[in-house]
Ligand binder design. Structure first.
Ligand SMILES: Cc1ncc(COP(=O)(O)O)c(C=O)c1O
Length: 436
């Protein structure tokens, strides 16, 4: 492949320093299991499951075969007023994994679309209940809820917001839960449940019946693995119950086993009203997102509309795309037959030991983790994020792919990882970090 700057010019890469990338391109050309191969033939261990997507490992032949067969049988079905068997089967499969009565599944194509879909479901639900005055949404500082307009407004990372004007009005942000008292805490920190009471202040600020929904990542992933303090999610749930506010868990990263259970809602024992998901739903092999809602939310919206008319004026041309459904079904089958969520849970202790052992390095500012998800934060260099970017490049050159956000390396191996894969991830991190 031609790797001159001119040959790479037309592709505008997302969330990437394009000029730097095109000066020093790092491309993947092949993947299998726990590994990628770069354009120079270098074998790279995948320490972040792609982008938290490929939980069953890369290039699973079962998924590739299911997609190929689907594309030769039924490549596309109009998603409005038509259906195909795979969509119903996948909705059943997802509903079997979601907690309690979150059994109605709306399909879309990404985590961002799942979040904006959930915002619209919350509006539609309150309208159907004749509570259309609930127009405020609450999320958190340091949240990441994707990049569509609603999700950008909910997000709490300044770089993702500052260029884009007023976005969606009526969004209030709870304080984040990254507290110095909980530094180097494995699992849930002891301090910080009371931060949930910010929600009470918002109720007092805008009115008892004005908030439509609260969006929370059970573990804030993209912002650097912020594990909720003990009692925090329970307290948010209780306040939502008291004031008729919908609780949405954005499980785009946590969903499908990352915490050792199908959803983090199960791991933390707190059931939301709506769950957004994507990524590992298809093992990353096809773009797909989904929103699971409580049965009565679906019923309320559907029953409020006249018979014969669409009840929810929302959907995508590629909602429940046949190839994505085939990938999703094959993926869920692998998770089940290989007991991969249990495997993630079993490996978690060893993995977290290895990540927390890095805290002896002088440059390491904090380590956080839960399940097969850990954040290793380095002390900032010249400016915030510079060291994180540098670290990511150094790791790549040492044969390890890791996603970084700011100055945090986010480590999330696939559930098929062995202890020796974990050892290799830890050794590469140690080597790269010791160079500071
Ligand atoms: C919690 C959360 N929500 C939403 C998204 C957006 O998903 P996508 O990039 O598929 O649009 C992400 C992506 O990392 C995420 O972590």
């Amino acid at each position: 492949m031609d790797l001159t700057h001119e040959a790479l010019e037309h592709h505008w890469l997302p969330f990437t320093p394009n000029r730097e990338f095109k000066r020093e391109p790092r491309l993947f050309v092949r993947a299998s299991g726990m590994h990628y191969w770069s354009q120079t033939g270098q074998k790279i261990l995948d320490g972040s499951s792609g982008l938290f997507t490929s939980a069953a490992g890369h290039c699973r032949p079962e998924i590739a075969a299911a997609v190929a067969e689907q594309l030769q049988t039924l490549d596309f079905t109009p998603s409005f007023m038509r259906g195909h068997p795979g969509a119903f089967a996948l909705a059943d499969g997802v509903a079997a994994l979601t907690p309690k009565d979150l059994n109605h599944i709306f399909f879309c194509n990404s985590g961002s679309e799942a979040v904006d879909t959930a915002i619209k479901i919350a509006f539609a639900y309150h309208l159907a209940r004749k509570e259309a005055q609930r127009t405020y949404f609450v999320s958190r500082e340091r949240a990441y809820h994707g990049v569509n307009i609603g999700g950008t407004a909910l997000s709490g990372m300044v770089k993702n917001r500052e260029a884009f004007g007023a976005l969606m009005p009526g969004v209030l942000h709870l304080r984040h839960t990254l507290l110095p008292e909980n530094r180097m805490t494995r699992g849930q920190g002891a301090t910080g449940a009371e931060l949930a009471d910010d929600l009470l202040r918002f109720v007092q600020l805008v009115g008892e019946q004005r908030i439509a929904a609260v969006f929370v990542e059970p573990i804030a992933g993209s912002t650097g693995v912020l594990v909720p303090p003990r009692g925090y999610l329970e307290r948010i749930r209780a306040i939502c119950d008291r004031y008729g506010i919908l609780l949405v868990f954005d499980e785009v990263i946590c969903g499908f086993g990352r915490t050792g259970e199908p959803f983090a809602a199960t791991s933390f024992g707190v059931t939301p009203d709506i769950i957004t998901m994507a990524k590992a739903l298809t093992n990353g092999a096809q773009p797909m997102g989904a929103v699971a809602v409580r049965d009565d939310i679906y019923r309320t919206i559907v029953d409020a509309a006249p018979d014969g008319a669409p009840e929810f004026f929302h959907g995508y041309t590629y909602s429940a795309h046949p190839a994505a459904c085939a990938a999703g079904l094959a993926t869920l089958k692998i998770y089940q037959s290989e007991h991969l969520f249990a495997a993630a849970q079993k490996l978690s202790g060893y993995f977290l030991d290895a990540m927390f052992a890095l805290q002896d390095l002088a440059v390491v500012n904090d380590v956080r983790g839960y399940g097969l998800l850990a954040g290793v934060e380095v002390k900032p260099g010249k400016a915030p994020g510079v060291r994180g970017g540098e670290l990511q490049a150094r790791l790549f050159d040492r044969g390890l792919h890791v996603k970084t956000t700011g100055d945090v390396a986010i480590i999330a191996p696939a559930f098929i990882a062995s202890r020796s894969d974990v050892d290799q991830i830890a050794a590469s991190l140690r080597d790269a970090l010791a160079a500071y």
